[in-house]
Ligand binder design. Structure first.
Ligand code: C2E
Ligand code: MG
Ligand code: MG
Ligand code: MG
Length: 275
């Protein structure tokens, strides 16, 4: 069939590839200017203690408002930023901004909880992350006990000696380390035991349907027991309903994050939860 269409088919694919390559190039170009043009924001999503329902901290999540294209979700531009290495300066900006803001809330409202910032593999491997974090804490005055860094399960498991050294360096500074999206990658339990992490975040995909899907419920409950027996604090992501909450409390999950407790929101809005 392709042969019958001959030239036209070829042209069609070429045009198609060019269009997506162009879009991609345009995105990369816009990303380069975005930091300088101040187009990024950090939004904050509350994290609560499940037993008491009290706010214990928040996750910092990047938001990009492009002047022409409008709001672009992180899942669309973070992978591009990772590929072209822009994630290193962008990630450093998020870290700086989240620490500055949290320090301000500590001063203004007596907030003593932790802010969790996401790190990409590239920031750890090539970004001198220990030096960057030390500098940001020094500049902002945020105590290391108020900073948590999230690395995905795949980054953690893929880690070579260099990554392990960086994580140990961060841990030695008194920073809390969390494994994000746990359950979606291939975890070696022997490796998990050796990682200097204190927090395990169960991926949202297992929480979403846990009241309907027995397998998801079994996985969530197994991850909670695993985390608890390794002495880790277990956080559930994407908690949206009272049924999710009830199940997680029953299973002994420590903390939760999700629309049931609050969506990610601007610093100005989040302040009302703290002060
Ligand atoms: P993540 O770190 O797993 O963050 C949680 C994501 O789940 C956030 O999406 C949050 O808005 C969403 N979420 C939280 N609760 C609920 C819920 O109850 N229901 C539903 N449907 N969603 C919920 P967001 O902000 O779009 O971020 C997506 C991902 O992009 C993050 O997943 C993280 O991997 C990445 N990301 C975001 N900000 C940064 C950043 O500053 N640096 C890096 N490296 N990655 C980031
Ligand atoms: Mg995260
Ligand atoms: Mg997550
Ligand atoms: Mg997730």
């Amino acid at each position: 069939r392709a042969k019958n269409r001959g030239k036209n088919t070829f042209q069609f694919y070429t045009a198609d590839m060019n269009a997506s390559a162009m879009a991609r190039l345009k995105l990369e170009y816009s990303l380069h200017r975005a930091l300088a043009r101040d187009e990024f924001q950090v939004w904050y999503q509350p994290k609560v203690d499940l037993a008491s329902g009290t706010l214990v901290g928040m996750e910092a999540l990047i938001r990009w408002q492009h002047p022409e294209m409008g709001f672009i979700p992180p899942m669309e531009f973070i992978p591009v930023a990772e590929e072209c290495a822009l994630i290193v300066p962008i990630g450093a900006w998020v870290l700086q901004e989240a620490c500055r803001q949290t320090r301000l809330w500590a001063e203004q409202c007596g907030f003593g909880g932790r802010v969790a910032v996401n790190l990409s593999a590239r920031q750890i491997k090539f970004g001198n992350i220990v030096g960057t974090v030390a500098q940001v804490l020094q500049q902002t005055g945020l105590p290391p006990s108020q900073l948590e860094l999230e690395i995905t399960e795949s980054t953690a498991m893929d880690s070579d000696g260099e990554v392990m050294k960086a994580l140990e360096g961060l841990r030695a500074m008194g920073i809390t380390l969390a494994i994000d999206d746990f359950g979606t990658g291939y975890s070696s339990l022997a490796y998990l035991k050796r990682l200097p992490v204190q927090v395990l975040k169960i991926d949202r995909s297992f929480i979403k349907d846990l009241d309907r899907d027995k397998d998801d419920a079994a996985i969530a409950s197994a991850v909670i027991s695993l985390g608890r027996s390794l002495g880790l604090s277990v956080v559930a992501e994407g908690v949206e309903t009272p049924a999710h909450r009830a199940f997680l409390i029953e299973q002994g999950c420590h903390q939760a994050q999700g629309y049931l407790f609050g969506k990610p929101q601007t610093a100005a809005d989040f302040r009302y939860l703290l002060c």
